[in-house]
Design a protein around this ligand. Structure first.
Ligand SMILES: Cc1ncc(COP(=O)(O)O)c(C=O)c1O
Length: 338
């Protein structure tokens, strides 16, 4: 079996650009973006800023860079960002907030990554105390990756944001999969956007672009973000070929995310997983011998990720059609004896 026959359910980051996306990339009008002269990047930044109701946007190479610059824009070295214990920004970003920016992070255990605004607010530490590390910002992830693609409840996001205005604490949104949240909940992107001071959104997850994320914020903050991007080596030149993939993804792949969600529900049903836990494109299967199942599934052409020794995760995406979902469901149901 060749590499391309594998059904890869490890993540939605594994998609390959479609022929139409490659054409859009090939035809992109480009320039030197460090000089601010790349038309495709400018178009993408304007479009994404508009979608989220923010003044400005910055194209960055990865979600990690978007999150880390986003947090740095609202938190000084020696201050802290507060977030849930399973958040991507503290779990999977190599300790960047501390290692790169001198930002302290503190975490609150949550139920499946879901925001409990009250519980988070309770942990916030004020500025101006002689001893305390001041909480400058809170970070929220929507959808929540380690939470299995759960969508954050709008009421909790609103509660947190309303409080944050009073408290002078900023809100950063890790919106790597905010598109999935919006399609699943029907809450529009601008609503999610107005509930955050800085938001990083990814083009290279469910939207299927090969590279790239966009950070949105006020024009003043994005101007500073541009300096940080350059310092970090993220100033790219004729990267409009990448922005063109993102623009194409917004045109062609946004509304189809509903299909991925339907596929995830079908997989869950086939594997006896409670469908109410499947809100977007991820299925979490617990109480299994993850390494054994992953190895056996691979031998039969299905790749899954091992989140912990007893948990596997399946993610549906652009490169997994209904036939592949059915085939993967059969293989996994057989292995899991379901
Ligand atoms: C929730 C979340 N945030 C941020 C990222 C980081 O994105 P990148 O891999 O582009 O750095 C990911 C990556 O999967 C993610 O799942």
């Amino acid at each position: 079996m060749g590499e391309h026959d594998l059904i890869d359910l490890r993540s939605d980051t594994v998609t390959r650009p479609t022929p139409a996306m490659r054409r859009a990339m090939a035809e992109a009008e480009v320039g030197d973006d460090v000089y601010g002269e790349d038309p495709a990047i400018r178009a993408l930044e304007e479009r994404v800023a508009d979608l989220f109701g923010h003044e400005a946007a910055l194209f960055v190479p990865s979600g990690t860079m978007g999150n880390q610059i986003g947090m740095r824009l609202v938190c000084e070295p020696g201050q802290e960002v507060l977030c849930d214990a399973d958040a991507h920004v503290v779990t999977y970003e190599m300790g960047a907030a501390a290692a790169v920016f001198g930002i302290s992070t503190r975490t609150v255990v949550s139920d499946g990554g879901l925001l409990d605004a009250g519980a988070l607010i309770e942990q916030v530490r004020p500025r101006g105390d002689w001893h305390l590390t001041a909480t400058a910002a809170v970070a929220v992830e929507n959808t929540h990756n380690r939470g299995g693609g759960r969508v954050q409840p709008l009421g909790e996001l609103e509660r947190l944001f309303a409080w944050s205005r009073e408290a002078g604490v900023a809100v950063h949104l890790d919106g790597a999969r905010i598109w999935n949240a919006s399609v699943a909940s029907g809450v529009d992107l601008a609503t999610y956007g107005r509930l955050a001071d800085t938001a990083s959104v990814c083009l290279s997850k469910g939207l299927g672009a090969p590279v790239g994320s966009v950070l949105v914020a006020s024009a003043e903050r994005i101007a500073v973000g541009r300096l940080w991007r350059k310092r970090l080596g993220g100033g790219m030149r004729q990267a409009g070929v990448l922005a063109a993939a993102g623009l194409h993804a917004l045109d062609a792949h946004l509304s189809r995310l509903a299909e991925d969600h339907e596929h995830a529900r079908l997989l869950a049903k086939r594997l006896g997983v409670d469908p109410s836990t499947v809100e977007t494109n991820m299925v979490v299967v617990d109480d299994v011998a993850a390494p054994v199942v992953a190895e056996a599934a691979k031998a039969r052409g299905v790749l899954v990720s091992q989140v912990s020794p007893r948990r596997i995760r399946l993610v549906t995406h652009l490169d997994v059609d209904r036939a592949a979902v059915d085939r993967a469901g059969d293989v996994l149901a057989d292995l899991l004896d379901r």
